[in-house]
Design a protein around this ligand. Structure first.
Ligand code: GDP
Ligand code: MG
Length: 298
C-alpha cells in the first residue's frame, strides 16, 4: 500500500483571481468567504481535505497589498505565510484578465517560500482554449513552475487532476490534524464569516471591511436539530451602527435573514440567529481587540 501523505498547500494570487472559490471547490463545502469585491478574505482560513491516503491542509490567504493599520500588517504577514512553510504553493492567475505585472509582485513575495510552485490558470470556462498556450508561455518566463494546470474553480474542470498531482508532492507523514478537532474549531469562525459577508453585501460601500463579527454564543439543541447563535457586529463609528441597523431595524433584519439561510444550509440544521451591533472605536488599531477576535498571528 502507498504510504500516507500529509502537508500544507497555500493558495496565493492577486485579489479576485478566484482563490476563495478554488478553496471552496477543493474542500467541497462553502468554507471561505467569497465576494465579487476584492480583499474580503481577511483572515487566513484553513481547510482540511481528508482523502484515502492523504490529508491536505489548504490555506486560503488574503491578497497581498499595502496598508497602515495593524490589522493590515497582520493580514500581510499572514498572506506571506508566517510560521508554517507550505509544501506546495498554488499560484493562481486568471485567464480572463491576466495581469503579468500584478502577478509578478505575488511571485516575488513567494521567493522566500520553499514549497513546490504550481501555476494554476483559473476561469478557463470563460475563454477559448487557444488563448491558454500563449499565456502559459508568458508565465513560464516569470518563474520556474513545477506544474502548470488550467482549471475552472467554478465548474470544477481540472480540479480532480490538481488534487491528484499535488498529493504527489506532499511528504510522507501521518495526518497533521485530527478531523473532529478542526471541524469544531472552524464552525464558529465560518459562521462569523457568513455574517460578515452579508454585512458587506447589503451595505455596499457604507460599512468598511473593518467591520468584525464576534460569535458570543453557539448553543446546539440536537433534540430539535437547532442551533442558537448570538453574534455581535463590531463597527468603529456611531454613524456606521445607524446604517447597519437601518430604519426601524430593517437593515439588520435583512442581514440576519440572509445570513441565517446560509448558515442553515451550511450546518444543515435549523438556526436561530440573534444579531447585535456594537461600536468599539479604533478596534482595528488595538492589538488586544485583534487578539480577542482571533487575528493574532500565533
Ligand atoms: P479571491 O479574491 O481570489 O478569493 O477571488 P474569489 O474567489 O472571491 O472570486 C472572485 C470572483 O471570480 C467571484 O465573483 C467568483 O465567482 C469568480 N470566479 C472564481 N473562479 C471562477 C471560475 O473558475 N470561473 C468563473 N467564471 N468565475 C470565477
Ligand atoms: Mg478571497
Amino acid at each position: 500500500m502507498a504510504p500516507f501523505k500529509a502537508g500544507f498547500v497555500s493558495i496565493l494570487g492577486r485579489p479576485n483571481v478566484g482563490k476563495s472559490t478554488l478553496f471552496n471547490t477543493l474542500l467541497g463545502d462553502k468554507m471561505a468567504i467569497v465576494s465579487a469585491k476584492p480583499q474580503t478574505t481577511r483572515n487566513r482560513i484553513l481547510g482540511i481535505k481528508n482523502v484515502e491516503q492523504a490529508q491536505v491542509v489548504f490555506l486560503d490567504t488574503p491578497g497581498i497589498h499595502d496598508g497602515q493599520s495593524r490589522l493590515h500588517q497582520r493580514m500581510v504577514s499572514v498572506a506571506v505565510g508566517t510560521g508554517q512553510d507550505a509544501d506546495v504553493l498554488l499560484f493562481l492567475v486568471e485567464a480572463v484578465f491576466p495581469s503579468i505585472e500584478g502577478d509578478r509582485k505575488v511571485i516575488d513575495s513567494m521567493e522566500k517560500n520553499h514549497g513546490v510552485p504550481f501555476l494554476v490558470i483559473n476561469k478557463i470556462d470563460l475563454v477559448r482554449k487557444d488563448k491558454l498556450l500563449p499565456m502559459i508561455d508568458q508565465y513560464q518566463h516569470l518563474h520556474a513552475f513545477q506544474e502548470i494546470l488550467p482549471v475552472s474553480a467554478l465548474t470544477g474542470e481540472g480540479i480532480d487532476r490538481l488534487v491528484d498531482l499535488l498529493i504527489q508532492y506532499l511528504p510522507e507523514s501521518a495526518p497533521l490534524f485530527p478531523e473532529e478537532m478542526i471541524t469544531d474549531q472552524t464552525e464558529r469562525f465560518l459562521v462569523s464569516e457568513f455574517i460578515r459577508e452579508k454585512v458587506i453585501q447589503q451595505t455596499h460601500q457604507e460599512i468598511p471591511y473593518s467591520a468584525a463579527v464576534v460569535i458570543e454564543s453557539f448553543k446546539e439543541q440536537p433534540e430539535k436539530n437547532l442551533v442558537v447563535i448570538r453574534a455581535t457586529i463590531l463597527v468603529e463609528r456611531d454613524s456606521q451602527k445607524k446604517i447597519l441597523i437601518g430604519k426601524g431595524g430593517q437593515k439588520l433584519k435583512a442581514i440576519g435573514e440572509a445570513a441565517r439561510k446560509e448558515v442553515e444550509a451550511f450546518l444543515d440544521k435549523r438556526v436561530f440567529l440573534e444579531l447585535w451591533v456594537t461600536v468599539e472605536k479604533g478596534w482595528t488599531h488595538n492589538v488586544r481587540a485583534l487578539d480577542r477576535f482571533g487575528y493574532s498571528s500565533r
